[in-house]
Design a protein around this ligand. Structure first.
Ligand code: MRU
Length: 347
């Protein structure tokens, strides 16, 4: 299948970098409202990453890369020592914005390397653009690789949002779903709502409907019951960090889908570029799982819904052990039944 066939499915962008600077599509208010927010500097981008204005592992890495272009430009005329301190400080503040997705750290490290070898803002910009373009190219490759695993007439279930909004374009898991749909293989796409932030209900379903891909929204708690019906042959998800042994951190709720998929005989696919693979983390126990404000659980749209006074725990990612994953698809190829040895091909 030619990647040209995928282009009609790639129409949304999470960020825009042009002569006017960097702007982010505000993902907090989609799909009800579509608003671009200009970013004044790297600290504004760090705040936007923290607030989930931009989200999704590859997209926050790309946003941080462009943020450091803004910094490189702003400090270009300063004395060398001052410039070094300012660039390092901006990078450190971006790195702290969210802890789990390793793409953020990966992109910042790459930008630090480029700036360190030559602080010319034009070269720094070229590096950010390369990170962006490479992610887009990776998504097209993964879409085609992943779709090869899917047989005619399959039902698929995805979780969170892994589409154009979460990446440079097309998406990771959603890219595979788009390619399989383009090949006429899918009987139905199911999307979990993804409590509490509703990335599935607000973003994934919005992207699929724009592509005329029939999508069926389910409550997160309906996932196991859907799998029990035998209507889903593949659960297909993205990743925020994949460890050296294949253990994978992704949006909270992924683990329970993997357990249910194994129990009911469905297969489980993780789709992520190698910028998400962290060989520095031996296994899932090394991953820092972000915990967000409990009010994301106790309130809905700013209105209190939980009983007053209750405590709440809000981890926003979980770790699926490699033993529950049938295949990890990257732009460098697929790793079936991943473990520490098989993952080495991605090194
Ligand atoms: O909290 P989010 O919305 O940034 O979480 C996003 C996810 O968990 C995605 O599945 C992951 O980043 C992969 S996106 C291609």
């Amino acid at each position: 299948m030619s990647s040209e066939l995928l282009k009609p499915f790639d129409r949304v962008r999470a960020l825009r970098f042009d002569q006017n600077g960097l702007a982010l599509l505000d993902q907090r208010i989609l799909p009800q409202s579509s608003q671009w927010l200009p970013m004044a500097d790297a600290d504004a981008v760090a705040d936007a990453i923290r607030a989930l204005i931009v989200r999704g592992a590859p997209a926050i890495g790309i946003a941080a890369a462009y943020a450091l272009v803004l910094t490189a430009r702003a400090i270009a005329a300063r004395p060398d020592a001052e410039r070094r301190a300012e660039f390092a400080a901006a990078a450190a503040r971006l790195r702290e914005a969210r802890p789990t997705a390793v793409n953020l750290m990966w992109a910042i490290d790459r930008m630090l390397g480029r700036w360190g070898s030559n602080p010319d803002p034009a070269l720094v910009q070229a590096e950010a653009e390369a990170i962006d373009a490479e992610d887009l190219a990776a998504n097209y490759r993964m879409a085609m690789t992943g779709a090869e695993f899917i047989v005619q007439g399959s039902g698929v279930l995805t979780h969170c949002n892994t589409g154009s909004l979460a990446t440079a374009g097309l998406g990771t898991a959603l890219g595979v779903i788009r390619a399989a749909f383009a090949q006429g293989k899918l009987s139905q796409v199911y999307a979990g709502e993804t409590r509490p932030w509703l990335q599935g209900a607000r973003l994934t379903v919005w992207e699929l409907l724009q592509d005329q891909i029939p999508a069926c929204l389910i409550g997160d708690s309906a996932g196991a019951w859907l799998l029990a019906q035998g209507k889903v042959q593949w659960v297909i998800v993205g990743a925020d960090r994949i460890c050296a042994n294949g253990d994978t951190a992704n949006k909270i709720g992924t683990l329970s889908l993997a357990v249910a998929a194994r129990h009911f005989g469905a297969r489980f696919m993780v789709v992520a570029p190698t910028s998400t693979v962290d060989f520095g983390s031996a296994d899932g126990s090394a991953i820092h799982i972000e915990e967000r404000d409990p009010r994301e659980l106790t309130e809905y749209a700013g209105v209190r819904v939980a009983a007053p006074g209750v405590a709440a725990w809000n981890p926003v990612f979980d770790v699926t052990p490699a033993s529950l994953i049938d295949v990890i698809v990257t732009e460098r190829g697929a790793v079936e039944r991943p473990d520490a040895e098989r993952m080495q091909v991605l090194w």
